[in-house]
Design a protein around this ligand. Sequence first.
Ligand code: SF4
Length: 362
Amino acid sequence: MIDLRLKVDPLPLAEPLVLRLCEHERPDPSEHDACLIRREADCREYEYLGFSVRVHASEDMPLDGDVLMIVPGQASAHRLVRASSKHNTLLVTEQCDQLCVMCSQPPKKHHIDLFDQFAVAAKLAPFGAYIGISGGEPLLHKDRLFDFLASATVARPDLNFHILTNAQHFVTEDLQRMDEIGLERLLWGIPLYASDPDLHDEIVGKPGAFNRLERSLSFLMRAGASVELRTVVTKQNWANLRSLSNYVVHRTPFISVWALMQLERIGFGRMNWHKTFQDTSADFTMLKAAINLASARGIAVSLYNFPQCSVPETYRQLAPSTISDWKRKYLDFCDGCSARATCGGFFEWYSHSEGFNRLGPI
Ligand code: SF4
């Protein structure tokens, strides 16, 4: 697994510090650049405003252009942006007003506002970066989030953002701010788990969530926003998938993509694995019905987090590699598989003894 934290020697800081590691001359120098001055076996020393910043990392780890956040009193730095990766996500809050049965990042009560630091990080990201925003529920801090997006998009017209939200907080007045930021720069990833309001509410642990979500979807459609509808496939919604597909076709035809997703075995996903995980390698029937219906009506469908060999051959082109590089792994039997280059494999925390039954090299 790729480490998203790096050991650093402590610095005398009063506030979190964001800096970019530079190992070569850059075309876009910044006051936040820390320049490499010494390189040892497992440690690199950078100079930043006269201070020495010592980062402990293996010799072969690419760090040039990475954006780090060093928090006072901590001996490790957060790698906010990895310049060599397409999978950079900023976790802007751990608070959430839902309690989804499969949540991979169970909510916490407290919130630490780091939007100012994230704004600096976004401005230091590589050209053309696509930055993920996740939580918790980012829109619980909507004003700060919109300020962050506005400042980042003004400073860096080349950036785009993918924002995960439970869509419980959109109101008509948001349209002006979204327009200012640029609707075309934002893709909203929104979970919808069932066509049956009670079932959706039960899965997300919040009465009335479905109705509120419908209002938000209607608002986003009128606004002309880009939406990626996300449905984690579980035992709970398995029998509802065809009906959900019908709902997507008739009620949300404006979406950019409908992502059907496999479960991530961490957080509540791990705690509730046995009552939630649906082995789609053994039975693909409901998915097949849902995909066929949606595709026939022109909805773009994608399968996220599915190992390619868990998907019938006819549908494999719908299963791109979606698991972020830092939390992706392959199993022994993947060696020699012809699909390995395009297959997203497994989450680092996937346990095969409790997972898919029918897998193997293609
Ligand atoms: S054997 Fe491994 S690499 Fe091949 S399709 Fe299955 S999970 Fe992917």
